[in-house]
Design a binder for this molecule. Structure first.
Ligand SMILES: [Fe+2]
Length: 339
């Protein structure tokens, strides 16, 4: 008697490849599969919860340290007159904040760096000096946070180029605001931008070619292809990742819990030029931000302006300067500059 055995194909784990996010990545058996399929992923517990909550506390302390009357225990003190400049999207980017010790400590968290090392299959990475986000619920002292669905990548350069990230620091449920993404649309990006109807339309003005805003027609295009918008929920210490081509924006919280996060974006140093690294070094030495681009494509300023006038509480350096270990210092890119 003979028997027939059905042999299942072996899924070979190919852990040692750089992700391309082109729909042809191998299976990894971890968050990378979500990222490849959906254009975003959540890395659970990239930062231990206790430390994440401590970083959130550091963020409160940093706000209280301006001595303008903000008190974490009194929601009535959440007002622009009692806070440094934070825009309606929750972004805070001046005052040397991209280099505060707690921000660098988050950037240096091994579980965060490791996730990017896996995606790029590369340990020689550089990190952005990006903003941090204070999303307080139900603010009436700021303009409404209107949706601004966008990609952070030049449509003329269609391949995967940048993986963005944020470390979520407080419980972040459906009503707590935060990142909202259009699932799977990273793989449709090239087709979208080649569509003659889309090309015929005037673009939403942008301050950099590395930004594309979706019009009503663009949003309909995505909906017609069955793409869904998903509000990403997370626990303290979770790392949220998204391909810059994945359409996204953020929501303000509507419950009682603020939404605090720190943006963390890394890329292989091999993808940056020596010129980029020199510009990045200058940003580091002057405590400046670089947006989410780790190669310092854009460098910012520490001069916050309110209604066109310089904020009297501006600072040109962090209150607590970071203490970088060897691994963290490499993330500045400085050791890779050929002198
Ligand atoms: Fe963005």
């Amino acid at each position: 008697m003979s028997t027939t055995t059905v042999v299942e194909p072996i899924t070979v784990s190919q852990d040692n490849v750089r992700m391309r996010l082109d729909g042809k990545d191998p299976k990894f058996g971890d968050f990378r599969d979500d990222l490849a399929r959906d254009g975003f992923a959540v890395v659970k517990g990239a930062v231990p919860q206790e430390r994440a909550l401590k970083y959130a506390s550091d963020m409160h302390s940093w706000l209280e340290g301006f001595n303008l009357g903000y008190d974490r225990n009194d929601p009535s003190t959440v007002h622009k007159d009692r806070l440094p400049l934070i825009n309606e999207k929750g972004m805070c980017m001046h005052y040397g904040v991209p280099h505060e010790k707690f921000v660098w400590d988050v950037r240096s968290e091994p579980g965060v760096v490791e996730a990017f090392e896996k995606v790029y299959n590369d340990k020689d990475l550089i990190v952005s000096f990006d903003a941090i986000n204070f999303g307080f619920p139900n603010r009436t002292d700021l303009p409404p946070n209107k949706p601004w669905p966008h990609q952070d990548q030049d449509p003329e350069k269609p391949d995967f180029r940048c993986l963005q990230g944020l470390v979520n620091l407080l419980p972040n449920g459906p009503n707590d605001g935060g990142l909202i993404v259009c699932r799977g649309a990273h793989l449709l990006s090239d087709e979208f931008h080649r569509d003659p109807e889309i090309q015929a339309e005037a673009r939403i003005p942008a301050w950099t070619p590395e930004w594309y805003g979706y019009t009503e027609k663009g949003m309909k295009w995505l909906a017609n292809r069955g793409c869904e918008w998903v509000k990403v929920c997370a626990e303290p210490g979770d790392l949220l990742l998204w391909d810059s081509r994945t359409p996204h924006y953020n929501l303000s919280p509507t419950g009682n819990t603020p939404r605090f996060c720190i943006y963390t974006c890394y890329m292989p140093v091999a993808d940056a030029s020596q010129e980029d690294l020199v510009r990045k070094k200058e940003a580091y030495e002057n405590w400046l931000g670089t947006t989410h681009w780790p190669n310092a494509k854009h460098t910012g300023s520490n001069v916050a302006k309110r209604d066109g006038v310089e904020c009297p509480y501006n600072r040109s350096k962090p209150v607590n300067e970071p203490v970088l270990g060897e691994r963290a210092f490499r993330l500045t890119g400085i050791p890779y500059i050929k002198t």
